[in-house]
Ligand binder design. Structure first.
Ligand code: NAD
Length: 473
């Protein structure tokens, strides 16, 4: 299978004629090739987006919404193909792809189709007269997305950009390029206006950087690692470009003794290990009140041991492999480092003895807040346990480190829940739940977890330029 760019409504090979291999993580074998784009391909895509801009940006919002609904319908009608493709490309458990990720991609398109028609500008009437704010599209914008939730995050970015009237050049991850390519093909098949959504594949430095620095690109919406986010910020800053950065996390899970943790253990386990820990929101640092520590630890380890790891296409498996050789090497090196730091591995801690990039769900105790294992994102099926004695200590442990994406708090004490939520230095807090999403809410993190927020009207505002008009009355 050869995966091409989609530019100006057409399938295009890289002008250089070069390709990159795409691997099946459950066998570690290549199964496809993807176009290895470069600055020339980026230029071609941006030119197409520029040509498409006047017509798309001046369409009535209801018409733009109609196109996005049409794309959502087409995606939904082909759900099964996308589910299988996502599962194979990313090693993703097929149930996760079917029940969460591809349906969520459909919802992203629908949600922002509606947002386009509901997005109202502000007006202020006072002694100074009447002020109203126009919100025009920015123009051509770039989106750069990662491999962990490939189509889910790809659509989470292109949908608000398109809804707000921009045209887009999108760069999916070279590690998982299949479903974005399929979406490009689907868009062409339903006659989506040419040049409005362009997809260019390739490596970050060869495609991502020319996109970020191109003068015609007015904003960059990026989700990925903190290191690449910093690189993009450095490139964009002197060009005074708008950037939104959704980066890594090292999220705390705070389990208080008064919580109903036994009943909630399934969700807590899911929060640590879903998608083999390859979700930026996974709770990888589990902080437990000392009074219940031993009991909780034993129950957690028992559940972790019961998780079925194996072929992602098998409906009965809970976890699949890690996404790539490079990522597998990173996670297994982190396991070795945890042992060197003095961590006690309670379960897992090793790769599975089979082809593919499988790592057993791992729980580690005995590491303090200053260890690299508790400070650096591992992004694998690895959770650490730390004990605390009081709320203050729990909050201090939770806030230790540079990241600030999400946290979950498990308690039946309402006062404590609100107090602790307010004290956590994260962009999102869940109480007695995890990954509960309402697409209208601000999504994103602080510190090393990023800059700006996505979701709802935050995203619509990001992808538009406000212009205030004041009239003397
Ligand atoms: P990555 O940073 O390696 O790559 C992300 C994207 O950036 C890819 O498309 C890649 O090709 C591109 N890229 C790489 N180098 C680039 C450069 N120099 N210039 C421009 N683009 C470049 O991240 P990844 O490994 O694909 O994804 C995993 C990371 O994403 C984790 O750190 C995870 O926490 C983070 N993530 C964050 C969120 C969030 O919402 N905060 C969501 C999902 C994933």
């Amino acid at each position: 299978m050869r995966l091409t760019h989609w530019i100006d409504g057409d399938s295009r090979e890289a002008a250089s004629g070069r390709w990159l291999e795409v691997f099946d993580p459950s066998t570690a074998r290549p199964f496809a090739e993807v176009a290895r784009g470069d600055a020339g391909d980026v230029e071609t895509a941006i030119a197409a987006a520029q040509r498409a801009l006047p017509a798309w940006s001046s369409l009535p919002t209801t018409e733009r919404a109609r196109w996005m609904e049409k794309l959502a319908d087409a995606l939904e009608a082909n759900l099964d193909d996308f589910v299988h493709a996502e599962s194979r490309d990313g090693g993703k458990p097929i149930r996760l792809a079917r029940e969460v990720e591809i349906p969520r991609a459909v919802s992203n398109l629908r949600f922002f189709a509606h947002a386009a028609t509901q997005f109202a500008s502000e007006s202020h009437h006072g002694q100074a007269g009447l002020n109203y704010t126009l919100r025009a599209p920015l123009g051509v914008v770039a989106t750069i997305s990662p491999w962990n939730l490939p189509l889910y995050l790809f659509t989470w970015k292109i949908a608000p950009a398109l809804a707000a009237g921009n045209t887009v050049v999108a760069k999916p991850s070279e590690v998982t390029p299949v479903t974005a390519t399929m979406l490009g093909e689907l868009a062409a098949r339903i006659g989506f206006p040419r040049g409005v959504l362009n997809i260019v594949h390739g490596l970050g430095p060869e495609v991502g950087e020319p996109l970020v620095t191109h003068p015609a690109v007015k904003a960059v919406s990026f989700t990925g690692s903190t290191a690449v986010g910093k690189r993009i910020a450095t490139l964009a800053a002197p060009l005074l470009k708008k950037v939104s950065l959704e980066l890594g996390g090292k999220n705390p899970t705070l389990v208080f003794a008064d919580s109903d943790w036994r009943a909630q253990l399934d969700t807590i386990v899911r929060s640590a290990f879903q998608n083999s820990g390859q979700i930026c929101l996974c709770g990888s640092r589990i902080l437990v009140e000392r009074r219940i520590y031993s009991e909780f630890r034993d129950a957690l380890v028992e559940r972790a041991l019961a998780l079925r790891v194996g072929d992602p296409i098998d409906e009965d498996n809970n976890l699949g492999p890690l996404v790539s050789q490079a990522h597998f090497d990173k996670v297994t090196a982190a396991l070795a480092r945890a042992r060197d730091e003095g961590g006690r591995v309670l379960c897992g801690g090793n790769a599975l003895d089979r082809p593919g990039w499988f790592v057993a769900p791992t729980v580690i105790e005995g590491l303090g807040p200053d260890c690299a294992s508790n400070r650096e994102e591992i992004f694998g099926p690895v959770a650490t346990l730390q004990a605390f004695d009081c709320d203050e200590e729990a909050v201090a442990l939770a806030n230790a480190g540079d990241y600030g994406l999400a946290a979950s708090v498990w308690t039946r004490d309402l006062d404590r829940a609100h107090r602790v939520a307010a004290q956590l230095r994260t962009g999102m807090v869940w109480i007695n739940t995890w990954l509960m999403r309402d697409l209208r809410t601000p999504f994103g993190g602080t510190g090393a977890s990023g800059l700006g927020r996505e979701g709802g009207m935050e995203a619509m505002r990001f992808f538009t330029e406000p212009k205030n008009v004041g009239i003397a009355i």
